[in-house]
Write a protein that binds this ligand. Structure first.
Ligand SMILES: C[S@@+](CC[C@H](N)C(=O)[O-])C[C@H]1O[C@@H](n2cnc3c(N)ncnc32)[C@H](O)[C@@H]1O
Length: 215
């Protein structure tokens, strides 16, 4: 083990351990080939939900429910998670995960393409919007997220380093280009105060501070 590995293992020792519903949701996601967030990203989601005392959260990309369980565990106990997925099989797995954790009553699980569902959600209502679905659609999710977030709400996006491709000049595929555009838009937006964390595959967090009059 080199020093970087030892430091990574040391840092991992500070993660909140998975409970049984989380462990089962991760195992089912792996089995179904759904790329769930790694545990360190899950722990970050929980921390962010806890520190903001989040009551209303939108998740774009439920997968097998793994990230949703991390979020719910940090949210205000009266809070609810609105989670969107296009795949019925993934929605079923996610619903199984929420049920096993006794959290079904706190989840609104919506089946459909994110870009059709997001316009139906209420403006300026949410404390956190977490993006983890189609990478090529991240730039479009951004406009919706800004509309949905309360002032002071938090935008969180996973995979913003895209397995290192964002800094590979030869990577010009649609997903990589979209993530680069998304990251640059967040960085350049005066209404978003952001921070890119090298956790997991990269997590971009930004506080939404709308200038007066804008949604
Ligand atoms: C990376 S996985 C989500 C993993 C989940 N956030 C977790 O960590 O447990 C991406 C999910 O987005 C869903 N998805 C793909 N295209 C979508 C779309 N157009 N609208 C909504 N969800 C979509 C997939 O079915 C998949 O479940």
């Amino acid at each position: 083990m080199d020093n970087d590995d030892r430091l990574a293992a040391y840092a991992q020792g500070f993660l909140e351990p998975e409970d049984e519903p989380l462990r089962a949701a991760r195992a089912r996601s792996e089995e179904a080939d759904i790329p769930a967030v790694p545990p360190e990203t899950g722990a970050l989601l929980r921390f962010l939900a806890r520190v903001t005392r989040a009551r209303h959260v939108v998740e774009v990309g439920s997968g097998g429910g793994y990230s949703g369980l991390w979020l719910l565990g940090g949210m205000d106990p009266r809070g609810s998670l609105t989670t969107i997925d296009i795949a019925p099989a993934h929605q079923s797995l996610a619903q199984q995960a929420y049920a096993e954790a006794g959290l079904t009553g706190r989840v609104r699980s919506i089946l459909g393409p994110a870009l059709s569902v997001l316009p139906k959600l209420a403006d300026q209502t949410y404390d956190i919007v977490f993006l983890d679905a189609v990478k090529a659609e991240y730039p479009e999710y951004l406009a919706h997220a800004k509309r949905l977030l309360k002032a002071g709400g938090l935008l969180v996006a996973d995979n913003v380093l895209w397995h290192g491709k964002v800094v590979d000049s030869e990577a010009v595929d649609e997903d990589t280009e979209a993530i680069r555009r998304f990251n640059a838009s967040v960085h350049d937006d005066p209404e978003l105060q952001g921070l890119l964390l090298e956790i997991g595959d990269g997590v971009l967090c930004a506080v939404h501070q709308p200038t007066s009059g804008s949604p």
